[in-house]
Design a protein around this ligand. Structure first.
Ligand SMILES: C[S@@+](CC[C@H](N)C(=O)[O-])C[C@H]1O[C@@H](n2cnc3c(N)ncnc32)[C@H](O)[C@@H]1O
Length: 282
């Protein structure tokens, strides 16, 4: 889908460290089609992409954009530059789970949560979601979901060796084993906000089981209306980490009950991830 006229400046986009990913742009396109959002907040919009997904969503809405909010603990200079050209884009520098962030966003049609859920500690990912639910009618989620253990786990509880073998997906000049060890060694230290290094949101913190995520939202009145799984997103050596794109919408018929929503969600996940096909064939 091509954005409506709305000041997308590709020269700014070209200066970002990371190019916007087609699968994440597509998920916003689909959410726009399915939910008709006209206002949104992109939580954690900045690192690498400088708000690319928020500006894409804003361009889709074009002149009908009511309000867009970019929230991040670290608003990058390019994000600020791009936002300067958009009258309806507001910037909020705050911790994503903070009262300040929730109050600044107030109520929007949709929340974009891309690559942030598995980072959230205090509030933890599930409390974080519950805190945000009253602030929107739809959630557009892209998360590195976890399939290796039967339940959701906190990665750092398993120690540095296990973390390195199972979770550490980047091995480049910056993401070295030494850097990981140095983080674990500093776990009891506190940062300038008084938070423990162990809880630092720059690292992957949670292995979230997709059905626990979907179940939590179903129990709290949100239906899964779309899901697409990207397997081997971090190489064939880590098949247990998948990129899931998910769209949730506030249930039109909450009286249908949790059981019904959970069954519908489980069925929809099974269909979308190919499990039902495999069961039928066997
Ligand atoms: C991994 S990047 C993802 C960027 C973008 N959403 C994407 O999908 O490419 C996470 C972003 O969220 C921000 N972030 C994550 N957790 C945060 C928190 N608890 N408080 C403030 N900012 C946070 C980081 O500053 C960073 O810009």
């Amino acid at each position: 889908m091509s954005p409506r006229p709305g000041a997308e400046d590709s020269s700014v986009e070209a200066r970002s460290e990371v190019q916007a990913k087609p699968e994440k742009l597509e998920l916003i396109d689909i959410a726009y089609e399915l939910t008709d959002f006209r206002s949104f907040a992109d939580l954690g919009a900045c690192w690498g992409v400088d708000g690319a997904y928020a500006f894409h969503a804003a361009a889709l809405c074009g002149n009908e954009l009511d309000r867009a909010v970019i929230v991040d603990g670290n608003l990058t200079p390019l994000t600020r530059e791009r936002a300067g050209a958009h009258r309806r884009v507001e910037l909020v520098q705050a911790l994503l789970g903070s009262r300040q962030a929730l109050d600044a966003v107030r109520k929007v049609d949709a929340l974009i949560m891309y690559d942030i859920l598995l980072h959230q500690v205090k509030p933890d990912w599930d409390r974080f979601l519950l805190d945000w639910l009253p602030h929107a009618n739809s959630l557009i989620v892209f998360n590195q979901n976890w399939l290796k253990t039967p339940r959701t786990i906190r990665f750092v509880d398993r120690g540095v060796d296990w973390y390195y073998r199972n979770v550490y997906v980047w091995e480049d000049d910056w993401n070295t084993r030494e850097r990981l060890e140095s983080w674990f060694a500093r776990h009891d230290e506190r940062d300038e906000d008084g938070r423990l290094e162990r809880d630092n949101h720059w690292y992957w913190q949670w292995g979230i089981r997709p059905l626990e995520l979907i179940g939590l939202l179903a129990k709290n009145g949100f239906e899964l209306i779309y899901m697409k799984r990207h397997r081997h997103a971090f190489g064939r050596r880590r098949p247990w980490i998948v990129n899931d794109g998910l769209i949730f919408q506030r249930a039109a018929y909450p009286e249908r009950g949790v059981g019904g929503r959970l069954r519908a969600a489980a069925r929809s996940v099974a269909e979308r991830t190919g499990v039902l096909e495999r069961i039928r064939r066997s």
